[in-house]
Write a new protein. Sequence first.
Length: 136
Amino acid sequence: MYTFRYSFRIRYADTDQMGYAYYGNYAKYYEIGRVETIRSLGFSYKDFETKLGIMLPVVNLESRFLKPAFYDDHLTVETKIMELPTKMITFHCNIFNENEELINYGIIKLFFVNMTTNKRVSAPELLISKLKPYFD
């Protein structure tokens, strides 16, 4: 299993009229977690597209809200890859407040798609080679 944690603050623009972090932003928080997790492995989402010709569309997103987050809260998104990807990669995201209380979790599934053919392909070997040591 590979785990990466990334912290950020809730901006005023991310809140609703009641001062809560707007529920629609949690998908964005998961994306921040995914992007930074891939970056922590030594490459970027942009590399998938520009160097490998692969895009990663989201095919499923589940989200569970446990506690609210508010303007200026310091949150940490913990992103886990719990199995080696095949033609799909699954990210498990836990979002914690500054007291390390779990406030939200999500499961996001993405396919690897060749940008030229628009067909699903296997996970690139570059990604597998970076993750494999965490699964041995």
